[in-house]
Design a protein around this ligand. Structure first.
Ligand code: ADP
Ligand code: MG
Length: 238
């Protein structure tokens, strides 16, 4: 038995022959909140895409709930418990909000769970996905992913381009989801301060490698680490 939700061991991955991730290893415990931060272009999205099986993995291993998944196609990884809300906010623009949500339901999940977390989506349930604001589209993408009842939720820059009030609302929702203690969350964010505040542990990526890994408390006490690797302090990063 193990309490690891994800175990990433020495992965080398990229696109075609191009290597983007150069020997990444880390674990995520069940119920843990891990933030992955770093400047633009350092490989954050590629890392999440690699976990989902969407890149070219040259070597290394990935285990989900102690089971190797690198030979599984993406949809099987989802079935095994990985839920991903990608940076591209993949929703169906021609389907209604409700139809989008229904398309994500797995097992005994119900629409009401999504509407409870995001009342705004209930108000807009019959509107087309393509007519939503950026913030609403992000809510829909996240709600749909959650209805898949993932063991591990992968969030790729969910706050990107959103107004501060929407960012706060989304962070509140992540807090609600995570505080149950049973939802493992991997949050990639450029809003460094909010990510560090949310997370138990933080990994900093640079140039496709992990340049720092430690508790969020440690980063709060040593903001110089952030300035060195991400180029910003904690306060200005929000
Ligand atoms: N589909 C792709 N094909 C080739 N190179 C890519 C592709 N997507 C991203 N890259 C390259 O991989 C590197 C890491 O990108 P990415 O993972 O998107 O970084 P981040 O999410 O940290 O901003 C960048 O140099 C980027 O140009
Ligand atoms: Mg990215």
């Amino acid at each position: 038995m193990t309490d690891l939700a994800l175990k990433i061991d020495n992965i080398i991955a990229g696109y075609g022959d191009t290597i983007v991730l150069n020997g990444i290893s880390f674990d995520v415990h069940k119920g843990e909140r891990l933030a992955i931060i770093g400047r633009n272009g350092v490989g954050k999205t590629t890392l999440l895409a690699t976990i989902m099986g969407l890149t070219n993995l040259h070597s290394g291993s990935i285990e989900l709930n102690a089971k190797p998944i690198i030979n599984l196609p993406t949809h099987m990884r989802a079935k095994e418990g990985l839920g991903s809300a990608p940076q591209t906010r993949d929703i169906f623009p021609s389907l209604s909000v409700e139809e989008n949500l229904i398309s994500g339901i797995r097992g005994d999940a119900s629409l009401e769970e999504a509407y409870e977390l995001f009342p705004r989506l209930k108000e807009r349930r019959s509107n087309g996905g393509g007519t939503l604001s950026g913030g609403e589209q992000q809510m829909l993408a996240i709600a749909r992913t959650l209805l898949g009842k993932p063991d591990v939720l992968l969030l790729d820059e969910p706050l990107e381009g959103l107004a501060p009030v929407i960012c706060e609302m989304l962070m509140d929702v992540f807090e609600q989801i995570a505080k149950t203690g049973s939802q493992t969350v991997v949050l990639v964010e450029q809003h460094t301060g909010l990510a560090v505040e949310f997370a138990d542990r933080v990994i900093i990526l640079d140039g496709g490698e992990i340049v720092h890994a430690g508790s969020s408390q440690e980063l709060i006490e040593n903001p110089g680490v952030l300035e060195r690797h991400v180029g910003v302090g904690l306060m200005e990063a929000n």
